[in-house]
Write a new protein. Sequence first.
Length: 426
Amino acid sequence: MNRVYLDFNATTPVEPEVLDAMLPYFSAEFGNAASIHTPGQRARGAVETAREQVAALIGSRPQEIVFTSGGTESDNHAIFGVVNPLVSAPFPKPDKQDEFPPQRHVLSHHKHIITIAVEHEAVLNACQALEKDGVQVTYLSVDRDGRVDPEAIRRAIQTGRSDPKIFSRTALPQTTLITIMHANNELGTVQPLEQIGRIAKEADIYFHTDAVQSVGKIPVDVKALQVDLLSLSGHKLYAPKGIGALYVRGGTRLRQLLYGGHHQRGFRPGTENVAGIVGLGKAAEIARKSLTEDAQRVSALRDKLQQGLLSRVPQSRVNGGDAPRTPNTTNLVFSGIEGEALLIALDLKGLACSTGAACSSGAVEPSHVLTAIGLQPEEARASLRFSLGRHTTPSDIDFALTVVPAAVAQLRELSPTYRKEATAHK
Ligand code: PLP
């Protein structure tokens, strides 16, 4: 059976060149990168080369890259590493104690995070866990394309300052972290990070971005974006699953999450996954060289798919299509169908796509991203995401353009509610 994969936002295959680079580190070059002997030093050399390759892709310095197990760990490290609910603000200096109210009782309830409603669960659930410890979190809404207004972020910032004339024992919340994703996994929508970075810098607040869906697809430069922390994941850019990285701008005060040896300067102890790290490095190098060309080719195919579906399937429309998007993603509503049923019908015909984030597949709730952009639950349930990859071909798109309209028509034929509505509109 012809099988076409259009679910590259869920995961990508390991690029053959990446696999070739990794293979020696499972056998001949099996040294521990923390060992002093020659095999260990060869592994260390490979890890440091990979650090340079990842740094080059995002415009950072190699020493600002910490290898992790993937996007989820990077997001958690950034958030829990900056916002420690158990640590209070510094006590006032002894000579200032008359001027300021005593702060000894001030703990988590005066810390504040700003994020958006369409983040991945790795960010949302980390923020919700901190909320349980008393941290305040603002989940800003987004527009119909999934974009946040940078001015809404500015307005949400809390300074923690109170009027010194009003003596109050209640500390006001202070924004400690702004965490806004770069590209959305379901829509591809790219957030205006440069503007947000400027706002965060002016207010002197740490700024983290989950760039898992943008790195390797669009240019990412940590200096231009003015981020302090950035998460990326190997398996979204043709490296293996279980490897990722966190960019930590030099000077960022980040608490470690794991305790152990002195690996990666204590930031992330644990014997390094040398083969995975080498794979991520190689994938980053390939992405840096092929990004522009890939983006042009893939976006032309994505546009062909999108236009083709819109013209072949009545009552279909694009979700979030008017904002800047990653070149490989399109998300469409096919009114009157159940996305899960369509997904299964397409899978039986050999086409793999998604109803939303892969991590939430199996959940019956409609996608939180689609409801956040204003879709009714039934419209969200009638939506499908197609995400293309570096190796998607024109014939893959032709195949999708044949099977999707046929499957939608078939499901609609079986749907009594759709048939009734269609008749009413005639
Ligand atoms: N953030 C985003 C935007 C994602 O799309 C994903 C995975 O789908 C993650 C984080 C989690 O990354 P990982 O699978 O490497 O843990």
